[in-house]
Design a protein around this ligand. Structure first.
Ligand code: TYM
Length: 342
């Protein structure tokens, strides 16, 4: 079976962008692939954060994965920091990653600009190397993510190729290894619709956990009335009817795409259904669809989060399975890089 890995940071609350861009696709993929879904807590400390909140956010995120439909009889769910190989491989990879590659990362530029010099730790710069470790440790074939992670995936691929070139093949064989590639070169899986869910208050910027206004996003755990209110107040325009793909109507395109995904209808069906609606009619249709879709997720979430023994068991089992694979890769990397075997 081909292998898939992916993860979400336990920072802020998980929103519709995370769900439509990533988590929802995991659910579809877990039936066909060998899947590992982690909560990337080590990534969540790269900007100033509240230590009192981290473990709760980590659990909440795990519970949401399950509530959204990650099925632990098929997929392994674990916490990144519980598998030590992630941090360890990161050091090995850091040493062969050109700083220039990291300086080019758009997310680093954006986040460091927003955070201000004093708050930019080295970890924010080396963040993509940790992400590469998350992926390469599992010899993953595919990584389902939203559009904003594309550049990080490209870096992961380049890094895998660099290590294979520097340390793989005959050189590795001479050191007693199996030869061939040290790492499999993974591919991103970016969905055709939903890869870039936009803000409710500005159709030109993406929905994000860190946007100051909560009005800009739908969180998966928002209560009914909050969802209805956010949709009611979201940005509109003064064109008649509703249509996809009009560059002058980014908000309209975004909300129709959300409706398409949430309702499970095709683009053509949605275009047809909504063509003659006014904003008011469409907004109440969308709000109802969102509430119907998210309510069962919220009910399951409450059940799961209240049973901490169950959740801890899932996470322990997931970490054990993951560590088995990750440790084997890590040992190979140590050997290929010429370290004395323990
Ligand atoms: P994070 O936590 O920012 O986001 C989690 C996932 O949600 C997707 N996403 C979106 N998709 C569509 N529209 C949006 N507005 C939107 N906002 C976020 C992201 O693309 C992502 O798939 N670095 C990663 C986490 C990570 C990871 C990994 C992912 C760490 N290691 C290894 C895959 C494999 C991140 O910060 O995602």
């Amino acid at each position: 079976k081909k292998r898939i890995v992916s993860g979400v940071q336990p920072t802020g609350s998980i929103h519709l962008g995370n769900y439509l861009g990533a988590i929802r696709n995991w659910i579809l993929l877990q039936n066909t692939y060998d899947t590992f879904f982690f909560i990337v807590d080590l990534h969540a400390i790269t900007l100033p954060y509240d230590a009192q909140q981290l473990s709760k956010a980590t659990r909440d995120t795990a519970a949401l994965y399950l509530a959204c439909g990650v099925d632990t009889s098929k997929a392994s769910v674990f916490v990144q920091s519980h598998v030590r190989a992630h941090a360890e491989l990161m050091w090995l990879l850091s040493s062969v990653t050109p700083v220039g590659w990291l300086n080019r990362m758009i997310q680093f530029k954006e986040k460091s600009r927003k955070a201000g010099d004093e708050n930019v730790g080295v970890g924010l710069l080396t963040y993509p190397v940790l992400m590469a470790s998350d992926i390469l440790l599992y010899q993953s074939d595919f990584v389902p993510v939203g559009e904003d992670q594309k550049q990080h995936l490209e870096l992961t691929r380049e890094l895998a190729e660099r290590v294979n070139h520097l340390f793989g093949g005959r050189k590795w064989k001479k050191l007693g290894g199996r030869g061939g590639s040290v790492f499999k070169v993974p591919e991103p899986l970016i969905p055709p619709v939903g890869a870039r869910v936009m803000s409710l208050t500005d159709g030109l910027s993406k929905m994000s956990k860190s946007a100051p206004s909560d009005q800009s996003r739908i969180n998966l755990l928002d209560p009914k009335d909050v969802i209805a209110n956010k949709i009611k107040r979201c940005k509109t325009d003064s064109f008649p009817g509703m249509e996809f793909d009009n560059p002058e109507r980014p908000e309209c395109n975004n909300l129709l795409s959300i409706y398409q995904l949430i309702s499970g209808k095709t683009k053509e069906e949605v275009a047809e259904e909504c063509r003659d609606m006014n904003w008011g009619t469409f907004k109440s249709l969308l709000a109802d669809a969102l509430i119907d879709h998210l309510q069962p997720i919220q009910v399951r979430y409450e059940e799961i989060i209240s049973d901490s023994a169950y959740l801890d068991g899932i996470l322990a089992e997931g970490a054990m399975k993951a560590a088995g694979i990750a440790d084997a890769t890590l040992n190979n990397v140590y050997r290929a890089m010429g370290f004395l075997q323990r």
